[in-house]
Ligand binder design. Structure first.
Ligand SMILES: Cc1cc2nc3c(=O)[nH]c(=O)nc-3n(C[C@H](O)[C@H](O)[C@H](O)COP(=O)(O)OP(=O)(O)OC[C@H]3O[C@@H](n4cnc5c(N)ncnc54)[C@H](O)[C@@H]3O)c2cc1C
Length: 662
């Protein structure tokens, strides 16, 4: 049995995983990163539009700061987010983006003087200040009050990931590519690493570590059409779930992005609409202002996706052999702008649609895009129920997005969370608490158990075809756990997935019986795991009898704070169960800096919690008193909901902004 020892095992080489690795290494700890693919090919490189950080350098970002970013994030989450975590995030995002600039990310910059932009379908002139010249600029994105999304053309994730990967190499971090974690090693509620399978030769390796971090990204590929890379299959969530100890949070919170191209589902960034692009129907009519007169195309993603679906249901979609779609018109931006700021979008249109977006409208439809749910952690990134197990990035639910993520807040989250979690892990490693006595028999047993499962799949005869089960699961999720949900469909989805789960215990690997590089074998064990992940989403959605953020129940259209201001927690304590165990975690209104309110879209249907008014009155009174005493915004914030003591000391300092002195 091959065993590799390290201080920190990081499962995932995307932005989040690499940022953890560089952080712990800087604090003097060894780190090994596992990745299915070379890290530069991780899904993070697909991020196009940008990263939110309240720098307030550009003219349209003036007046922006952590408070505005925080407020946008909480409204975006439909009050599902952990407000302390959102505060930690908005405070650290400017630090993370400046660090990335230092590491080589070529952020687009402010050019002093006048420039033309398209806002609300009209040409306007924006005058950039002399003193902002050369500083990091920002574009508009959905659900934000200010232009805050910093970018490198529309290849933001690509340039961030390349810089991060180079940094990891510079620090000589061990990166083990094509090594797939297939199970956690744990005993008595303590994680000791993971069993990984070498995807090239099939060998199982035990990685034994004092701290283990899951940074494996999202689970979009449980749907038949997704903007996610094909490796976003939820394997991190699955191995946490299969431990029977670690828990997942809000798995039903799944985001659909308004503008994926039809039919393949590849994304065209929100930057298209942020830069002035319009949504049109079959008659070439701009319909969003009718539904959302204030934010129009730049309402929050969940809102735009629902409005588009509603409009298609009214018969306003464009008929095609791939189903109805709408149009995204960026011709209005002009060729020069498209070729400079939206060049990936241009290439996607040319290569996958055979059209020129400077001339032609782009066929688009809302498509599965982002996983707000994930491995439930404390603010430190540590699992609430398994010591030594950490998680961050899209894989985690720590929980700053609640039930809807704002565009640009995810790559930002990956680097902020990675930077913070690295410090908390290092503190853990520096303390006696991380001491461990390893029982080698226990480690061996975990490896043996995984080998037996693989052998069973390879030796099984007259069994089920994993590809058939997987396609069926994807269809169920797409048709019954989609943008609009209802009790009947969700109940059916849960029952059908349960049936698939039972069948998946009898999978036979057709085509090749090789133990080594064998995609059929990989698909077999991943399908078993994916169905479990899908069940946590479908069951969570079925039980949540309200609408919040991206979770929209036609039979329960109200957001119900009195009964549902809580996180869904799922776990799988007994491997023979066919359903996950579900419990709930209350979100405490009396600690909120921003008590629940109206997000500003459509009619306010919220059923409020009785505590909301109590807390709102107390927040208002506190604010008024402190303002009268002449306190500044930082002091007022601190009084309402202190968070800075939770941050590592090195990240507590106030951010600098043009025109803001403290
Ligand atoms: C098309 C698209 C565009 C986007 N654009 C933006 C944007 O403009 N702004 C924004 O904020 N967000 C954007 N997002 C979201 C954002 O890109 C992701 O949420 C984020 O990059 C996820 O980063 P991560 O590090 O958590 O995971 P990932 O980048 O997905 O990395 C996961 C890593 O885990 C590894 N892995 C997975 N399973 C295993 C396993 N079992 N064993 C070992 N390794 C494993 C993979 O190899 C990979 O290295 C976009 C998403 C999509 C789909």
């Amino acid at each position: 049995m091959k065993v590799i020892y390290t201080d920190v095992l990081i499962i995932g080489g995307g932005l989040a995983g690499l940022r953890v690795a560089t952080g712990v290494k800087e604090r003097g700890h060894n780190a090994v990163v596992l990745s299915l693919v070379p890290p530069k090919r991780s899904h993070s490189s697909a991020a196009q539009g940008g990263m939110q950080a309240s720098l307030a350098n550009s003219a349209m970002g003036e007046g922006d700061n952590e408070d505005v970013h925080f407020s946008d994030t909480i409204k975006g989450s439909d009050w599902g987010a952990d407000q302390e975590v959102a505060r930690m995030f908005t405070h650290c995002a400017p630090k993370a983006i400046r660090e990335l600039a230092h590491w080589g990310v070529p952020w687009s910059r402010v050019q002093k003087g006048d420039r033309e932009a398209i806002i609300n379908a009209k040409k306007v002139t924006i005058s950039e200040k002399e003193e902002a010249h050369g500083l990091i600029t920002a574009r508009d994105f959905g659900g934000t009050k200010k232009w805050r999304t910093c970018y490198t053309s529309d290849g933001t994730g690509h340039s961030m990931l390349y810089a991060m990967d180079n940094k990891a190499h510079e620090q000589n971090i061990d990166i083990h590519e094509r090594l797939e974690a297939i199970a956690l090693i744990h005993e008595d509620g303590r994680c000791y690493g993971a069993v990984a399978r070498n995807l090239m030769n099939g060998e199982l390796v035990a990685y034994v570590s004092k701290a283990t971090t899951i940074a494996t990204g999202g689970y979009g590929r449980i749907y038949s059409v997704s903007t996610n890379a094909i490796i976003c299959q939820g394997m991190g969530q699955a191995i946490a779930l299969e431990s029977g100890v670690a828990t997942l949070g809000n798995m039903e919170a799944i985001q659909f992005h308004p503008t994926a191209i039809v039919p393949v589902g590849i994304l065209t960034t929100e930057g298209c609409r942020g830069d002035g692009g319009l949504l049109l129907d079959k008659d070439g009519y701009r319909f969003m202002p009718d539904y959302e007169p204030e934010k129009k195309e730049l309402a929050s993603r969940d809102v735009v996706s629902r409005r588009m679906t509603e409009h298609i249901r009214k018969g306003k979609g464009v008929k095609s052999k791939y189903g109805d779609h709408l149009w995204l018109d960026i011709t209005i931006l002009g060729r020069e702008h498209i070729e400079k700021n939206l060049r990936e979008v241009k290439e996607i249109c040319e290569n996958f649609l055979g059209i020129d977006p400077a001339v032609d409208w782009i066929p688009v439809r809302p498509t599965q895009h982002y996983s707000m749910g994930g491995i439930r952690t404390k603010y430190t990134g540590e699992s609430q129920t398994m010591k030594g197990l950490y998680s961050c990035g899209e894989a985690a639910c720590w929980d700053m997005h609640g039930f809807n993520r704002l565009g640009g807040n995810s790559v930002s989250e990956t680097v902020v969370a990675g930077m913070l979690v690295a410090e908390y892990i290092s503190d853990f490693l520096d303390s006696k608490d991380s001491n461990m006595k390893i029982n080698s028999i226990m480690v061996e047993n975990f490896v043996k158990a995984e080998q037996e499962k693989l052998d069973k799949l390879l030796s099984n005869e007259n069994g089920e075809d994993a590809y058939v089960l997987r396609r069926k699961m994807e269809e169920i999720m797409m048709d019954k756990v989609g943008i609009f949900r209802n009790g009947d469909d969700l109940k059916e989805a849960v029952e059908e997935l349960q049936e698939l789960l039972k069948r998946s215990k009898n999978i036979e690997v057709f085509r090749s019986k090789s133990r080594a590089a064998n995609p059929a074998l990989v698909n077999a064990y991943r399908t078993q795991k994916m169905i479990k992940v899908a069940l946590t989403c479908a069951l969570g959605a079925y039980l949540r009898q309200e609408s919040r953020g991206a979770h929209s129940r036609e039979d329960f259209p109200q957001r119900d704070d009195e009964n549902w201001l809580k996180r869904t927690i799922t776990s799988w304590p007994d491997p023979d169960q066919t359903l996950p165990s579900v419990s709930y975690e209350e979100i405490n209104i009396s600690k909120m800096e921003m008590p629940p309110g109206w997000r500003g879209y459509g009619k306010d249907l919220t059923h409020h919690h009785p505590m909301t008014k109590v807390r709102q009155d107390s927040v208002d009174a506190m604010k008024q008193k402190l303002e009268e005493e002449g306190r500044d915004r930082f002091e007022i914030q601190e009084a309402l909901m202190p968070f800075k003591d939770k941050l590592p000391k090195k990240y507590q300092n106030t951010n600098e902004r043009l025109g803001e002195n403290r």
